[in-house]
Write a protein that binds this ligand. Structure first.
Ligand SMILES: Nc1ncnc2c1ncn2[C@@H]1O[C@H](COP(=O)(O)OP(=O)(O)OP(=O)(O)O)[C@@H](O)[C@H]1O
Length: 266
């Protein structure tokens, strides 16, 4: 079944209706691949400003859910709304990015032969769309934005360094910065601390908790210690549905979670 197109659809994120506190509604979403249900009648509600962690064993459906939210995969059924009024299922992947939903994949994809500053600048200009002149000088407001982002990601000292010379953790932060320059409202971040040192992991925890509040952040992560350190609410996926949700303590003591997920890890 194709997604319904609502006649009241609005044009941009400026008109995003957050009057009911929630920024993301995923309702009754199913995705099948050759008859296999990767998502099975999944419901997920995320409040504006939350830092939500999504956990689940391999194949639980986490990536498929991110693919649905960002318009990469059309579900067989269900609804996905951004705020009260933006039907994401009626939007293209490019539209969804423009609306302020940024996604960071697990592997950093920075331009290694360019400086940190250039990476941020290119990302800011690319987000303006294909008509924006890539060679245009930055406005004062844009320069301030880049300075602000450099400070958030803690790479002011490295601004003129080639991205290829950064540590793995710094590359991950730079890529988060490349999303931040366009002021996303919702950030989807896949396994941010995989391969990081302990210190980098701690710094990433600070970074992500700092981003929440003003923005909404959904983190997919396998590292339980990290999840415990950042998450207020944890959602556990299993076989394409929500198995449990709550604080880390609540989900870790949930009988079903112990059986199907944490039990496997133990
Ligand atoms: N394009 C596809 N074609 C067929 N099956 C797919 C496709 N994409 C995902 N799947 C299957 O759907 C299920 C859910 O996959 P998904 O990648 O969403 O899980 P995940 O929770 O992100 O797992 P992981 O932690 O390993 O990344 C898996 O069994 C996977 O093999």
């Amino acid at each position: 079944m194709n997604a319904m197109r609502w006649p009241t659809e609005v044009a941009s994120a400026d008109e995003l209706d957050l009057s009911h506190e929630y920024i993301l509604y995923v309702e009754g979403v199913s995705v099948s691949f050759d008859g296999f249900k990767a998502l099975n009648d999944l419901n997920l509600y995320v409040k504006a400003g939350e830092l939500r962690c999504l956990i689940g064993a391999n194949g639980a459906g986490k990536t498929t859910l991110m693919d649905v939210i960002t318009g990469k995969t059309q579900p067989d059924g269900g609804n996905v709304f951004f705020g009260q009024n933006i039907n994401l299922l009626a939007r293209s992947e490019a539209d969804i990015a423009q609306l302020g939903i940024g996604r960071k994949f697990q592997k950093p994809t920075v331009f290694e032969a360019h400086s940190v500053l250039d990476n941020l600048e290119m990302s800011l200009k690319a987000n303006k769309g294909i008509w924006y002149n890539l060679f245009a000088k930055l406005s004062a407001v844009q320069r301030d934005k880049i300075d602000e982002v450099l400070s958030i990601i803690g790479l002011q000292q490295q601004r003129h360094m080639l991205a290829g010379a950064l540590s793995h953790g710094q590359k991950q932060w730079l890529e988060i910065g490349m999303l931040l320059v366009s002021d996303p409202l919702l950030l989807l971040i896949d396994e941010p601390v995989a391969g990081m040192t302990g210190q980098e992991t701690e710094r990433t925890a600070e970074l992500l908790t700092g981003l929440a509040g003003e923005r909404t952040v959904i983190v997919v992560e396998h590292d339980m210690e990290f999840v415990r350190s950042i998450a207020r609410t944890v959602t556990v996926l299993h076989q394409g549905s929500v198995l449990a949700q709550g604080t880390m303590d609540q989900v870790q003591s949930n009988r079903y979670v112990i059986e199907v997920y944490l039990g496997e890890e133990a």
